[in-house]
Design a protein around this ligand. Structure first.
Ligand SMILES: *Cc1c(COP(=O)(O)O)cnc(C)c1O
Length: 383
């Protein structure tokens, strides 16, 4: 039997309705949206514009403010490097947070190598930034603040509207990586005063390989230096033939998330509560993050009295989930996010990140709990 999939923070399966919407654009509808000479091109362009409208509406933006990219990683890179290149004559200081995704941290480090200065704000024990610390970090040189909407490891939601207001007051651009937030919490670029927002389809039952960047077009009109030069698609900001099937899938996934919000979100909260109660009963279980201000589909816990690697080895055959350690090497390095919360390296390594799906059932949660309980008890007995 394959392990139960509870790794929905890493990626989600494509919803059958999303797949069905995409299929014709792989074969019967081969048009290139840039070629308006014949009906195939119009057909592709119309499908893309429909998806663009759906995505824009979901975040209270105008369709012309949505630029399709290959991923949230690309959107983050375009936002950060694109703003840095367009505004460097005004200033060379950027503010971000220690717990950001590497798609934000790595471009920031790259810009440091080019002479920019970057402030990496710390977080409190629950994962929130301190707004007073943010205010103190602004300088006359600050051109951009990048703070994620929802954390990909602990699900914590940062106070976007409060951050947006402080940026706007100072005339500093505000970028947010909303890869995990789209479809899970309300996003409103107007109310939150966001200037740039990164999105991706594959965290919300859409296909992998398609993302978008929202770029505000007035008050203020954001300038961006393109990072991909070529045919001038997407208003010259992102060249390359548009991926019609993936974009159609992205739009359908967003549409579906909106339609299902009323049932999906309470369902996920119920499962998360059940999972937490079951885990907490084992004792020495620590919640990483915050319960209230967090994603309904994410639960991250550290487990006392067990060794991280041994725990995973015993769980992986039964339950597919993620851990607070990068397992790319022999000796796993503990997550930078959990360390930023103040967790010890041992507790950071002995952590489990659950990503619940809209299709996850109570039976699956109970089965996962049973396996995890068994593993923990066995490992603790060997102490
Ligand atoms: C998944 C994720 C990304 C990367 O998205 P891709 O589309 O896979 O490049 C960036 N930021 C956050 C917060 C994510 O969760």
């Amino acid at each position: 039997m394959k392990p139960i999939y509870l790794d929905g923070m890493t990626t989600t399966p494509v919803d059958p309705q999303v797949l069905a919407a995409m299929l014709p654009y792989f074969s019967d509808r081969p048009g290139n949206a840039s070629n308006r000479a014949h009906a195939y091109g119009w057909e592709a362009a119309a499908a893309i514009e429909h998806a663009r409208e759906t995505i824009a509406t979901a975040i209270h933006a105008h369709p012309a403010e949505i630029i399709f990219t290959s991923s949230a990683t690309e959107a983050d890179n375009l936002a950060i490097k694109g703003v840095a290149e367009a505004y460097y004559s005004r200033g060379r200081h950027i503010i971000t947070v220690q717990t950001e995704h590497n798609a934000v941290l790595a471009p920031c480090r790259y810009l440091e190598s080019l002479g920019f200065r970057v402030t990496y704000l710390g977080v409190n024990e629950k994962g929130f930034i301190d707004l007073a610390e943010l205010e103190q970090a602004f300088t006359n040189e600050t051109i951009l603040v990048s703070v994620m909407a929802a954390n990909n490891e602990i699900g914590v939601l940062q106070p976007l509207a409060e951050i947006g207001r402080r940026c706007r007051e100072r005339g500093v651009l505000f970028h947010t990586d909303a890869a995990q937030a789209l479809g899970k919490i309300p996003l409103d670029v107007q109310a939150m005063q966001v200037d740039l927002m990164s999105l991706t389809a594959h965290k919300l039952y859409g296909p992998k390989g398609i993302g978008a960047l929202y770029v505000r077009r007035d008050r203020p009109r954001v300038q961006l230096a393109p990072q991909l030069h070529g045919g001038g698609q997407e208003q010259g900001w992102r060249s390359g033939t548009l991926a019609t099937p993936l974009i159609v899938g992205f739009g359908t996934a967003v549409q579906l998330a909106q339609e299902r919000q009323g049932s999906d979100i309470p369902h996920l909260w119920r499962l998360k509560e059940r999972l937490w109660q079951g885990l907490a009963a084992l004792g020495e279980i620590y919640l990483n993050g915050d319960w209230q201000q967090s994603l309904p589909n994410c639960l991250n816990v550290s487990i006392g009295g067990v060794e991280g690697n041994a725990l995973l080895r015993s769980i992986y055959p039964h339950v597919a989930l993620s851990t607070g350690a990068a397992c790319s090497s022999e000796k796993p390095t503990p997550s930078h996010v959990l360390l930023a919360l103040g967790r010890s390296p041992a507790l950071a390594r002995a952590s489990l990140r659950f990503g619940l799906l809209r299709t996850t059932t109570e039976t699956e949660v109970d089965f996962a709990l049973q396996q995890i309980r068994h593993s923990i008890q066995e490992l603790r007995q060997r102490r």
